[in-house]
Design a protein around this ligand. Sequence first.
Ligand SMILES: O=C(O)C1=C[C@@H](OP(=O)(O)O)[C@@H](O)[C@H](O)C1
Ligand SMILES: C=C(OP(=O)(O)O)C(=O)O
Length: 430
Amino acid sequence: MTPLADPWPAPRPSAPVERVVSLPGSKSLTNRALVLAALADAPSVVRRPLRSRDTLLMAAGLSAMGVGVVDEGDDWRVTPAALTSDAEVDCGLAGTVMRFVPPVAGLSSGTIAFDGDPHMRQRPVGEVLSALAGLGVDIDDGGRGSLPFVVRGAGSVRGGTVVIDASASSQFISALLLAGARYDTGVDVRHDGKPVPSLPHIEMTVAMLRARGVEVDDSDPNRWAVAPGPITATDEAIEPDLSNAAPFVALAATTGGAITIRDWPRSTTQPGDELRDVLTRMGCDVALDDAGLTVRGSGALHGVDLDLHDIGELTPAIAALCALADSPSHLRGVGHIRHHETDRLAALATELGNLGADVTEHPDGLSIRPASLRGGVFRTYADHRMAHAGVIIGSAVEGVLVEDIATTSKTFPDFAGAWLDLTGTDLAGQ
Ligand SMILES: O=C(O)C1=C[C@@H](OP(=O)(O)O)[C@@H](O)[C@H](O)C1
Ligand SMILES: C=C(OP(=O)(O)O)C(=O)O
């Protein structure tokens, strides 16, 4: 791979881009599949998993605790084992590793030490740790409620009812549900606080548990009860990552071209599927058929007034499109994304603003009005989705330089290569 310039000149295609694209697997589905396979009653096969920093860290963390994760060509074979090893788990900047693995570590008889990237120590996890302590797990976090912390497993977890405030992240709930069937009495998780964000991601968790024979009662709002019992091993293919589709379909909108994403599922629990609705509202033609999802730019791009509470991870890409739109936008309901890879509202307001966008930052969102944009450096704050926002702007504005494009490796191997290929840019010229 050609070394990447930093900051990286974002390609600006000279003609509408018309291409068919295959995308890597979903981060959220891959990391849930790995955790559930690790706790299952027999070996599982995870077909076409995402292999990126977040999922490799998940595989490494589970392996360090004793689980067998073996490459089989395109697939991973995951063999559950008695979790007896002491281990160190590097969470990197992966929320799914920091939140989903501690409830598994409680089932181990080893001592499991967790740490991650510097910014990961700022991201919230205390509600998961105090819930686990309430379920009988020995946790040492020095009273901080954040990384670094140690889980001293006793080989089993009593389980029971916990009340948590999951308004900062849906992952707190998914974490407890994923391991809960393996607790002696299961787990009954109740949320008490402001509304839980990213509810579709909890629905994804519930659907994957049910697909493995686990009984989940989610009939009451803000309560999820997982009955104790086995998790059935599966052989399952991972869908393409629909959230990572955002910059690719955005390219159809910004260049007036047409992008088809192959293998877009007809029915899915991935919140990225909402892109179909968002892009339609912004003025694109969107069609889902046997070829995949085709987004066709109409030449015009309109502002939108959207509550993104359920689909917060799409905010950076949508905000970038709004900055290129011909009418004002209001993006609301996403105060929680200040706890993502960076404070995404502050980062977007700053970086879009530096390129001339007219952005007002609110406690829970952004207002973006039409303005004439210019080139310059777009900083990414180690956030893959900030990089996606940068390349979207760069596809429409001359001279945008995206800092640390390699940060996209969190959820997308060789994103820069895929983007250069798509935009028809000469690699040697970069
Ligand atoms: O469970 C998951 O796989 C995810 C849940 C969401 O987290 P939050 O609820 O913290 O927004 C989402 O933003 C993240 O990218 C992935
Ligand atoms: C919020 C995100 O990631 P994480 O799983 O690290 O929370 C994201 O990918 O947008």
